[in-house]
Design a protein. Structure first.
Length: 221
C-alpha cells in the first residue's frame, strides 16, 4: 500500500538531473540497487506511477533519488521541476534485479548510474570497494551526475565516455568492446544499466568478449 511522504530537499545536480530527498516511509526495506514505485500526491498525478532507483542506503534516515527530467515530455519528471520542500510524494512497492554479486565492472548510460551509486556507496561504507570499476557514458562533461563523488570513490577506476565532445582524459564516442576490454582484469561480474539501445549494444559487446549471461547483472524489464 502506498504511503505519502514529504519532500525534505530538492535541487539540481546537473542541468537535467534532480536530487530529491524524502521522508522515509515506515517499514520500508530495500537492497542497494533496487527501485520503488513513485507518484506525485496530487489528484492530477497520483495515478501516474513511475519507478526510480534509491541513491540512498537502506540504513539512512531519509530516502533519496536522482531523477533525470524531460521537460519536453510534459510528464512526471517535468512536474517534479515545480515541486518544493513540503510537497508530498507517494511511495509504493520496492522491486529490482540489480544487486551486488561480486567485484566487477559497472557500465551505465545517462540516468542508469543510480543503482550503481547506491551499491558503490554501500561497498565503500563496508570497506569492500576493492577493484570495482565504473564506465559511465554521457553526452558531455556537464551531463556527468555525481562526478566528484564517483571520482572520490573510485579514482582511476572511474572511466568516462563522452559521445558529443572530445575532452582530454575522457574516452570519446560510445562504450565499445575495446573500451570494456581495456578495463578487464580479474573481474567476474558486469553490471549494466541504461537506455535500452545502449544496453543491447553493450550486451553484444560483452558476448563478443566471451562474457556469459550468468555474469551479466541487469534490470529485468
Amino acid at each position: 500500500m502506498a504511503q505519502s511522504v514529504k519532500i525534505k530537499e530538492i535541487k539540481h545536480l546537473t542541468h537535467d538531473v534532480l536530487k530529491i530527498v524524502l521522508e522515509k516511509p515506515k517499514g520500508l526495506n530495500f537492497t542497494p540497487g533496487q527501485a520503488v514505485d513513485f507518484a506525485i500526491n496530487d489528484p492530477k498525478w497520483e495515478k501516474e506511477w513511475r519507478s526510480f532507483t534509491f541513491t540512498s542506503l537502506p540504513e539512512d534516515n531519509d530516502i533519496e533519488f536522482n531523477i533525470k527530467t524531460y521537460p519536453t515530455r510534459n510528464g512526471v519528471t517535468n512536474e517534479l521541476l515545480s515541486k518544493k520542500v513540503g510537497d508530498e510524494i507517494l511511495i509504493g512497492d520496492v522491486y529490482g534485479d540489480i544487486a551486488y554479486k561480486g567485484e566487477g565492472i559497472y557500465i551505465a548510460g545517462g540516468a542508469g548510474y543510480t543503482p550503481f551509486a547506491a551499491i558503490l556507496k554501500d561497498l565503500q561504507k563496508k570497506g569492500k570497494l576493492g577493484n570495482n570499476k565504473f564506465i559511465f557514458a554521457n553526452k558531455t562533461v556537464s551531463d556527468i551526475a555525481l562526478k566528484e563523488e564517483f571520482e572520490n570513490l573510485l579514482g582511476k577506476n572511474f572511466i568516462n565516455v563522452l559521445s558529443d565532445e572530445k575532452v582530454e582524459g575522457y574516452e570519446y564516442g560510445f562504450v565499445t568492446a575495446e573500451i570494456i576490454k581495456k578495463q578487464i582484469e580479474n573481474h567476474k561480474y558486469f553490471y549494466l544499466c541504461g537506455p535500452p539501445p545502449m544496453m543491447d549494444a553493450v550486451g553484444k559487446h560483452l558476448t563478443s568478449l566471451g562474457i556469459k549471461d550468468e555474469f551479466i547483472v541487469k534490470e529485468g524489464f
